[in-house]
Ligand binder design. Structure first.
Ligand code: GDP
Ligand code: MG
Length: 162
């Protein structure tokens, strides 16, 4: 089976933007799988020669639910099927309680989890993202999903550990 990479995180951190970037590669075939789960978005993507599936869990949970409830739903969904989870955060907003709530859930899953600090375009300094170490999920990865900065490096790291 193809490896499954799940994207989780608070609203507006850039999950869908990263999903679109990862699935945009030339021979990617974006496919929502009807009859599986309506509120999840699946896409095929390719890293070098490795095909994989990306899941954008952003649609899971109701807008009127609090962040903990949404995080729970997202994490449970990721647990069901992900081989690796990317916790997406927002460099511009910095580390928020909602990120920590999701991280608390993710720390209990027995899959690799990577912290992605999105919206880090133009950011040269490692110290600028150092606060995200506090999530307790390892080295944060600064990327820009919108511009593509360092997304390749992130994938290299993710697939090296799969
Ligand atoms: P989601 O709710 O987590 O799926 O977030 P979206 O992908 O819908 O993005 C939320 C907002 O952040 C949109 O206005 C995006 O254009 C913006 N955004 C996403 N990625 C980046 C990025 O890398 N840099 C910047 N500056 N904005 C971004
Ligand atoms: Mg989204």
């Amino acid at each position: 089976a193809l490896p499954v990479v799940a994207l989780v995180g608070r609203p507006n951190v850039g999950k869908s933007t990263l999903f679109n970037r990862l699935t945009r590669s030339r021979d990617a075939l974006v496919a929502d799988q009807p009859g599986v789960t309506r509120d999840r978005h699946y896409g095929f993507a390719v890293y070098e020669t490795q095909r994989y599936i990306v899941v954008d869990t952003g649609g899971i949970g109701q807008d009127d639910e609090d962040i903990d409830t949404q995080a729970f739903a997202q994490t449970e969904a990721a647990l069901e099927e992900a081989d690796v989870v990317l916790l997406i955060t927002d460099h511009r907003q910095g580390l928020l309680a909602g990120d920590a709530a999701i991280a608390d859930r993710l720390r209990r899953i027995e899959r690799p989890v990577h912290v992605v600090v999105n919206k880090s375009e133009g950011e040269q300094s490692v110290s600028a993202i150092a606060e995200f170490h506090a999530l307790g999920l390892g080295e944060p990865w600064a990327v820009s999903a919108a511009h593509g900065d360092r997304v390749g490096l992130l994938l290299e790291h993710v697939f090296a550990q799969l």
